[in-house]
Design a binder for this molecule. Structure first.
Ligand code: SAM
Ligand code: SF4
Length: 332
């Protein structure tokens, strides 16, 4: 009989499900994908809308999933997104439901997504300078991202969060400028340390911008005061800016890992469970789905997949090996 949460060998309980809806994308961020894109998953390999919703339903009804975040690749490219969101928010207990997106096309879908029950959006934006946006994403689409952000806020998908990655020699001097821009518009900014998850394997520990550097850069312009409780399972360390009410977050995945408090589990667009961004193994739920397994069997497989979750990502270990799937195919 399958009841019980997604618990790993170290007692961590996964309640936050990240669902990748596609590995495709309309940007080519240099820290994520090569200019020419990747070999996309074949269409028949990608879960159908019904299959995605069935797995989310099993997660919520059998396995204690309380939060669902849709990601990718670019989730707005998934045709069935609004319907998948609607069916997700109709589950009981109703999971908190959000998307992480580059916001291209959000002007067209923000209201439909809000109407379908979506709670929030996280928009990825690394610079507000057009030329640097083009350098980083290899597309001249900054204006579309800004319009998408405005549409999200207007549709009530707030608080709108902005995620930024800083790259040495490109936008690393722009942390205060980006923070000011976000505060002026009521967006909550979080910086994310660059991780070794790019398809080209171009990440370098020596080159990445560390949380310490981000703090130093922000503190050259603003005062930062730690906010509230220790961060718990929330990866962002939050700071009040100039005494508040605005805040800024820093997600120091590499230099201050939070693996001990991790409450996440990931589902790829082709139906593989990954118990960690950096996992080197996956568990195939698509085969179970398409092989007529019942919900209890699938829940059992999913639970078993958690038992190989490692205590930490080990990026700093000499034996660290980057996972073969890049971020865009795992779901960030
Ligand atoms: N396309 C959507 C977007 O960009 O928001 C969703 C998928 S994207 C893979 C999710 C997040 O991962 C984005 O905020 C992006 O900046 C971040 N990301 C991608 N590659 C990364 C890397 N190597 N290190 C840190 N963050 C990365
Ligand atoms: Fe696309 Fe997001 Fe990767 Fe940028 S970070 S290439 S928007 S999947």
């Amino acid at each position: 009989m399958s009841t019980g949460a997604l618990v790993d060998r170290f007692g961590r309980v996964a309640t936050d499900l990240r669902v990748s809806l596609t590995d495709r994308c309309n940007l080519r961020c240099s820290y994520c994908m090569p200019a020419e894109g990747l070999d996309w998953l074949p269409t028949e390999g990608v879960l159908t809308d019904d299959e995605v919703v069935r797995l989310i339903t099993i997660g919520v009804e059998h396995l204690g999933v309380r939060e669902v975040r849709f990601t990718g690749g670019e989730p707005l490219l998934r045709r069935g997104l609004v319907d998948i969101v609607r069916r997700t928010t109709q589950l009981r207990p109703r999971p908190e439901t959000s998307i992480t997106t580059n916001a291209l096309g959000l002007t067209r879908t923000a209201h439909a997504l809000a109407e379908a029950g979506l709670d929030r959006v996280n928009v990825s934006l690394d610079t507000v300078r057009r030329d640097d946006f083009l350098t980083i994403t290899r597309r001249d689409r900054l204006h579309d991202v800004i319009a998408g952000l405005e549409a999200a806020a207007e549709a009530g998908l707030g608080p709108v969060k902005v995620n930024a990655v800083l790259l040495r020699g490109v936008n690393d001097q722009q942390a205060p400028e980006l923070l000011r821009w976000c505060m002026d518009r009521g967006y909550e900014l979080r910086f994310i340390e660059q991780m070794p998850l790019d398809a080209q394997h171009g990440w370098s520990r020596a080159e990445m911008i560390t949380a310490e550097e981000i703090f130093a850069s922000l503190r050259s312009v603003f005062t930062l005061e730690p906010v509230g409780e220790p961060r718990g399972s929330a990866p962002a360390e939050l700071f009040a800016v100039d005494g508040g009410p605005h805040t800024v977050g820093v997600i120091a995945s590499v230099t201050r890992p939070f693996c001990g408090d991790c409450d996440r589990v990931r589902l790829t667009a082709d139906g593989q469970v990954r118990n960690c961004l950096f996992a080197r193994e996956e568990s195939d739920l698509r085969a179970a789905l398409r092989g007529d397994a019942d919900d209890h069997e699938i829940a059992d497989r999913w639970r078993a997949a958690m038992l190989t979750k490692r205590p930490g990502h080990g990026i700093d270990d000499v034996s660290f090996l980057q996972p073969s799937r890049p971020m865009s195919a795992i779901g960030g």
